[in-house]
Design a binder for this molecule. Sequence first.
Ligand SMILES: CC(=O)N[C@H](C=O)[C@@H](O)[C@H](O)[C@H](O)COP(=O)(O)O
Length: 513
Amino acid sequence: MHDLKSILAQLKGRLIVSCQPVPAGPFDTVASVVAYARAAESAGAAGLRIEGRANVAGVAGASRLPVIGLVKRDLDGSPVRITPLLPDVAALAEAGAAIIAVDATDRPRPVSVPALIAEIKRHGRLAMADIATEDEARAALAAGADIVGTTMSGYAGPGPVPKEPDLGLVARCARLGAPVFAEGRYNTPEAAGAAIRAGADAVVVGSAITRPEHVTAWFRQAVETAARPPAPVLAFDIGGTKTLAALVAGRAILDRRVMPTPAVVGGDAWSDAMAGLVAGWGGRYARAAAAVTGLVAGGAWSALNRETLDIPREFPLAGKLAAILGMPVEILNDAQAATWGEYRFGAGQGRDMAFLTVSSGIGGGLVLDGRLRRGARGLAGSLGQLPVVLPGESVRLETLASGFGMARAARAAGRNGDARTVLAAAGAAEAWAEDILHTATKRLAAAIAGLQAIVDPERIVIGGGVGLADGFLDGLLEALRAHPEVMVPELALAELGADAGIIGAADIAASAP
Ligand SMILES: CC(=O)N[C@H](C=O)[C@@H](O)[C@H](O)[C@H](O)COP(=O)(O)O
């Protein structure tokens, strides 16, 4: 009889190694599976996950660790592969599995999940339910499962398999109160540790330890992608007034075309205009990207400021562009794309950095630990949206300190002209303009000091037509003097100018696996 409590106590907070060689590969023998199991045991693993009756019997005879047994079958008429049939349960129990894993996803199957779990219990073994959703976990527990495994997350739906493990599902299942084993794509020690912190009782790791073919492919792909000479990428930059298309290789722009952004975004006329803009470029690129004004999250595009561009709510831009171009299109916010461009090829190379573009509006982005941060809603780094509380009102930083904001202040002072006029007049020591510049830079400096306090980047890169104009950086540095020295960042001017967004977007698409 296998005692749930003592086996779970043995596995609690420990590593379980799944020894499942690539089918028909050089390690797909009982002897190799046993060798993997013994190596895992000698290195301190607390449990093993083994596929197939013969492998389970071999490992049970060679190791003292508890074995999670399963049988994979490819059935006609059902996508369920992990222990879908009742006779396999008996065979695994007889071979020495202490725990038997079954696919417990809500999909067409020959034998119901409750019937499989009852069969496992009948043989006195523990039932591990491999699920993909919290609802499936609830149903399996209600049917008597002893352990929930997040094994099937990412494999039971229609979409592509994600790269990262599903820590959110681990956390949600942990709240159900039953033992949870995190499993599936825990490919690094960091991810495995994160699973325990998310509430997992144990972590099952397979490919990263026992499938050298997979690990080799990960490294090969990373090395070859990094070594590849930059192939041209088609990139769009969709702004409030103009839409730019370019063929980009690394930081070089090979070709470019521009058109006014159509007034109505998303209709047939817009699709035709986008297709027309890149007509004749077919065959010159194999990847595509778009940097856009507004918010981007999960392939959808939304307006952040309806005055800049009136985008239909949650517009499926990635899908629409993919249909026009006939290939997947990476989409991202334009300021975040420019941040990545400056990080890869410009003033922020190789360091934790923030980027701020001060032009008609104010946008921004963050690169931390070599990764562009997009944020849960696509907002990360949007410093222009920072609320500024003034007596009696609350407005956003962008409304006050951007090019439009400075031009508005000039009109209020009875002057004509845009932000550049203000900067030129301030340079000539005209008091009215010095006043406006001082007010704008003072507000921006406060936000920048706040950003330094929150993120503490090594460098903040300033770009945008206003940010790069003569006199602006000096004004900003002057205004920063009012803040404690530790909150005054290292500032640098952007190096890629107006092309930063299109270069950054193209590079993100180029470096995807
Ligand atoms: C979805 C499915 O069939 N998963 C299988 C379940 O046993 C195995 O192929 C996985 O290797 C195992 O879950 C461990 O995951 P990873 O190899 O990602 O560490």
